[in-house]
Design a binder for this molecule. Structure first.
Ligand code: HEC
Ligand code: HEC
Ligand code: HEC
Ligand code: HEC
Length: 176
């Protein structure tokens, strides 16, 4: 399986996965990149497979069928004037924007800046797709219930089992 990535690379992700395929690269999530980015994964941010082309409510324009994202669309310098490449950013996980992954988190444009750079915040918080997005993300300050991160429900790379990048953060789910 991994052998297919060791041939001469034609695509950016093949280069990245030479170093980042294995267990030792999933310190945080415990999820192996090679599984998340397997073309057989049930859902994926389209890196090793092409975009479905389906119109999602939160995307101002869907990628056309046949188009893909690069690893470096997400992992890149947060400072557009800084050095380029996937290994320099002030953000955690070397992301282009801030991403809070805590189970109990206060929503703000900054907390999920990274996701909101592609997915429209207003659309997500007005429940245009998942009817309980806002209830979970914002919580309920009057009842004293805090909100939770996208990370509690979504995998950022791909899910071998589930549609819509759904993969529950086991630590959060089991912690209750
Ligand atoms: C759509 C945006 C996006 C794309 C595309 C993407 N990543 Fe990530 N990556 C993230 C986010 C967000 C995290 C933070 C952890 C998480 O949410 O799973 C992350 C985490 C990581 C980590 C740390 C994982 C851990 O468990 O410690 C590595 C390594 C990584 N990505 C490499 C890659 C490589 C290599 C590619 C291309 C094959 C890639 N990423 C494509 C968004 C992306
Ligand atoms: C020659 C090996 C090598 C290649 C090729 C490589 N990386 Fe890395 N990368 C590393 C090492 C070493 C680290 C730091 C140690 C670590 O965090 O695992 C790192 C760290 C990272 C991290 C931070 C992981 C974390 O836990 O926060 C991300 C994200 C990442 N690389 C993405 C990429 C992407 C995207 C590419 C392709 C464009 C790529 N890397 C290509 C070796 C490599
Ligand atoms: C660089 C742009 C970009 C960023 C950043 C980004 N996404 Fe996406 N996302 C996309 C695209 C493009 C698609 C559509 C994929 C397709 O059509 O196959 C998508 C699709 C999705 C889907 C739907 C997948 C499905 O199969 O229904 C979810 C859920 C999602 N993203 C969550 C997130 C979360 C959570 C974050 C932040 C951690 C994030 N995205 C960050 C570009 C991005
Ligand atoms: C409580 C779990 C949960 C949380 C927290 C959550 N989501 Fe979702 N999300 C879902 C479910 C379930 C779906 C699938 C809805 C459907 O059936 O189409 C979804 C669908 C999506 C989609 C695809 C459809 C669309 O709206 O374009 C995107 C993008 C997305 N979520 C982004 C996010 C972002 C960004 C956050 C954090 C700010 C977040 N989600 C937090 C459960 C969650």
């Amino acid at each position: 399986m991994s052998g297919q990535y060791l041939e001469r690379s034609l695509r950016e992700y093949e280069i990245c996965l030479k170093c980042h395929a294995g267990e030792e690269n999933s310190k945080m999530t415990g999820r192996k990149l090679i599984d998340q980015f397997s073309p057989a994964a049930r859902s994926q941010h389209p890196v090793t497979k092409v975009a479905s082309g389906e119109k999602l409510p939160s995307l101002s324009s869907a990628l056309g069928q046949g188009q893909t994202l690069l690893c470096s669309d997400c992992h890149t310098n947060d400072d557009p004037d800084g050095p380029r490449g996937p290994h320099g950013s002030n953000n955690r996980f070397l992301l282009s924007g801030n991403y809070d992954i805590d189970e109990y988190a206060d929503e703000s444009p900054f907390a999920y800046e990274f996701c909101y750079s592609c997915h429209d915040r207003t659309s997500i918080l007005s429940d245009e797709s998942f009817p309980w997005h806002s209830e979970h993300i914002l919580g309920d300050p009057i009842e004293g219930r805090s909100g939770t991160s996208c990370y509690t429900c979504h995998a950022s790379h791909g899910s071998s089992q589930n549609e819509h990048l759904l993969e529950f953060n086991q630590a959060a789910v089991e912690g209750d």
